[in-house]
Ligand binder design. Structure first.
Ligand code: ZN
Ligand code: ZN
Length: 464
């Protein structure tokens, strides 16, 4: 007596049910959350002792930010309701330009060859580029396809904007508030497209000595690990043949793609824990009865340091080529058709100023290292941070524990907590910029820290 296949029951394996979304174990995630909680109570700041700008200037700067609060909230919500993806941020740019114009500030747009990039600047009357410093504050404003502002860039947009407008107001009413220059950069296409790298190559950072921006998050955190990332497209080319009558006359490109995918899986066993390789196979053949002639693999490769990203890329290249050799097909490996992004290089003297500014707003960002480096993504600000000293702290927009790039985070980006983050973030960036321009000893320390931690790479040609 035999039973047909259709009669077989698999009661112990409900995950085989195609209608049920599989539920991964939360054990490791919960462990990481416990680790974070423990580190919150254990880690402490060791803030460098710099004077920064005078307290009266900070008070005035704070009011100049607070005065914009209603407008900044409006811009934050407008952007949230009109999410635009990379390079399409025309509505966002109009909102930002309108706010600048309302404060009688001229801006450049398009800028650096990008329709949705913005540049504006303000300098003290005595500004002399030989003697004085320039710092950039940045806004992002692109959204994610399908889930809108799931990365909270609508909040980021108003932090840079509000900071710049406050600094313009300060120097206009008090021409001796600082000697130096502040550049505002509206930086499109952060998500996957490397907008800041495109802008940097077109000269956006020329004459700029330091940069600051802040990113939306679930916790106030002064710094977090951001991995460097490269993109790679691989095309295997074999020879089509009838898969039944003449398979021996074919060369299977899909085999090469599959071998590469598996090889990458094995490679992960020997890579550092913060290395990442993820791939998809957008093209793998047309029909089972044709030996696949062309197959395409798309990869992201990430690592915690520029040097380790370079080393990982070399191993990955070997796997991709080895797969071609095994399948007897040709291979074309195209790295960095979208600019690579480096990890973010922190700058502790600038970070310290951020912490002090946030404390003024009733926030107390946790020290770097509070959240595990395992929970790491990538940002194009990394390329800025290896060119000039910069900071990329995180500001909490929610009390819910939700990840970036989720619908929950997108919902959080339009709440009263997001609104306060927008205003507090604006003051934070303005305060960092003011301190940096006002305090020569601090600025010297910023440069020292940058050089000591490996800053100043030739970013554009780093991977050859
Ligand atoms: Zn994002
Ligand atoms: Zn983001």
């Amino acid at each position: 007596m035999g039973t047909s296949h259709a009669d077989h029951q698999i009661p112990d394996q409900p995950f085989l049910d195609p209608t049920v979304s599989p539920e991964p174990s939360r054990a490791y995630l919960e462990q990481l959350e416990r680790d974070t909680e423990r580190r919150k109570n254990k880690l402490a700041h060791h803030l460098a002792d710099h004077a920064g700008a005078a307290d009266e200037l900070h008070e005035r700067l704070e009011s100049l930010v607070n005065d914009q609060a209603t407008d900044l909230r409006r811009v934050l919500h407008e952007l949230h309701e009109h999410p635009e993806t990379a390079f399409q941020e025309h509505f966002a740019v109009q909102q930002i330009l309108a706010h600048l114009e309302a404060h009688d500030i001229a801006a450049e747009n398009p800028a650096f060859g990008l329709a949705t990039a913005i540049r504006a600047e303000v300098a003290s009357e005595d500004f002399d580029p030989q003697r004085h410093r320039t710092i950039a504050v940045m806004s992002e404003y692109d959204a994610l396809p399908g889930i809108g502002h799931g990365c909270g860039h609508n909040v980021i947009a108003v932090t840079g904007l509000g900071a710049f407008v406050a600094l313009v107001g300060l120097i206009r009413e008090n021409p001796t508030a600082f000697s130096g220059r502040v550049v505002y950069l509206g930086t499109p296409a952060e998500e996957g497209e490397g907008g800041k790298e495109i802008m940097a190559r077109a000269g956006a950072l020329e004459g700029v000595d330091a940069a600051a921006m802040v990113h939306s998050y679930v916790t106030d955190l002064v710094d977090q690990v951001w991995l460097g990332r490269r993109q790679c497209t691989v095309r295997y080319r074999g020879r089509a043949a009838h898969a039944s009558s003449h398979p021996f006359m074919g060369r299977n490109a899909l085999d090469a793609a599959v071998l590469a995918y598996q090889g990458l899986g094995l490679l992960r066993q020997q890579t550092p824990p913060t290395d990442r390789v993820h791939a998809v196979l957008p093209e793998g053949g047309e029909r089972p009865n044709i030996i696949t002639e062309t197959a395409t693999l798309q990869l992201y490769v990430r690592s915690q340091h520029p040097e380790t990203l370079k080393a990982l890329s070399e191993r990955v290249t070997d796997v991709l080529r080895g797969a071609a050799l095994m399948a007897g097909v040709g291979v074309e490996i195209d790295w960095d058709s979208t600019p690579a992004t480096l990890p973010v290089l922190g700058n502790s003297p600038l970070s310290d100023r951020w912490v002090l500014a946030q404390r003024r707003r009733g926030r107390d960002p946790y020290p770097a290292g509070t959240v595990s480096e395992v929970l790491a993504a990538s940002t194009d600000f990394g390329n800025v941070s290896y060119r000039i000293p910069g900071i990329h702290p995180l500001i909490s927009i929610t009390d819910q524990d939700t990840g970036l790039h989720t619908r929950d985070f997108a919902a959080a980006a339009a709440t009263p907590l997001a609104e306060s983050a927008g205003v507090d973030g604006a003051y934070g960036l303005a305060a960092v910029a003011l301190d940096y321009l006002a305090d020569d000893a601090l600025a010297h320390h910023v440069t020292e820290d940058f050089q000591a931690t490996g800053g100043g790479l030739a970013v554009e040609n780093y991977f050859g």
